[in-house]
Design a protein around this ligand. Sequence first.
Ligand SMILES: [Ca+2]
Ligand SMILES: [Ca+2]
Length: 420
Amino acid sequence: MAWLVCALTEEMVNIPLNRKRMRSLLLCKSQSCGLIGSLVLKRGFTHQDTGLHYDRYLREVIDFLEKDQHFREKLHNTDMEDIKQGKLAKELDFVSHHVRTKLDELKRQEVSRLRALIKAKQDIEGGKDMMMDHQALLKQFEYLNHNNPHTFEVEDLDRLIKSATNDLENYDKERHEEFKRYEMMKEHERREHLKTLDEDGRKKEEEHHEELKKKHADHPKVNHPGSQDQLKEVWEEADGLDPEDFDPKTFFSLHDTNGDGYFDEQELESLFTKELEKVYDPANEEDDMVEMEEERLRMREHVMNEVDTNKDRLVSLDEFLIATKKKEFLEPESWETLEQNQAYTEEEMREFEEHLAREEKDLNQKTLDLQKQKEELERQQEQLNAQKLELQQVGVEHMARLKTQNAEPPAEHKGEQIYL
Ligand SMILES: [Ca+2]
Ligand SMILES: [Ca+2]
């Protein structure tokens, strides 16, 4: 669950973005990105990581629900739209007592996991001594109902389904956004570096940059994803089969690696590896592997859009066979690769840099305020020390006075003595 850790660190701690972290975040995401909302919900037996931070909870709940015969039948016979509308959640009332007890237990575990996360976040932020309103903080997690933390009810299932569907639908969009920020940060760092150089150094650096761009753009032709040419290349080079024998049905069963009768997102994405290797080599300075994963995502989205006609984020054999008869499959247009379009506009770059500058200014201001607070505390401490010293001095003098008074006999005694 490496991705879970990444996601939670990101979400809970909100560390400012930096390029290195962005790269690892994107890489760990891309390894687990083959997620399909409907697949997860309709068939809990898939072992793919959804990439959601509550993936484990979601998976365990569905696994247990699948053990109930009544629910299993309903799950497989209800279409995606009805599931989203909450029709399936109502069936929870009819599952066995044993399953319900198990679901209650799963929910209790999940609630305590969230509580531990909230506490960890608070500790990191230095709020150890702050009073925590757990109930209020738990509300940010919408995929379960916090008002009944001990039992799993219809509303919990409804919330879980709705959140997962919604989050999964937005997942690709968020990945594109993250990628854009990554590219802007890369460019920002480059521009900042240029500022530190003299004119000669700047010129050299710019030339080198242009050279790398050219080198990166120089690659064999990339086939249109999902076209006959592209699939035939996989058939020939990866499968080691004769291109003359190319047969879509055989191709489908060869690459439906989990044998469930569908191409899911992960299976589709793995079909593009050959194409991506034409453009990206991890050994080359000019090839950025984060960009490769963005290109893989673009390719998958493109094919899914064209082929998945019922929009369940799965390609059935029928959908695939229909697509192989279309003009786009047989005579595709050329594919515009990622580097042919800049990920952001100059306007977006300007806003991004302004935002960074604002953040830096805020941070500097905070540092300054803290410095002032520190100085003020030091001043107060000095004052206290001085007062303490003064008091000590007074104390010592007082003691000395008392001592002298005790050592010297009282005046009248002296008189008496003289008198005697
Ligand atoms: Ca499959
Ligand atoms: Ca489909």
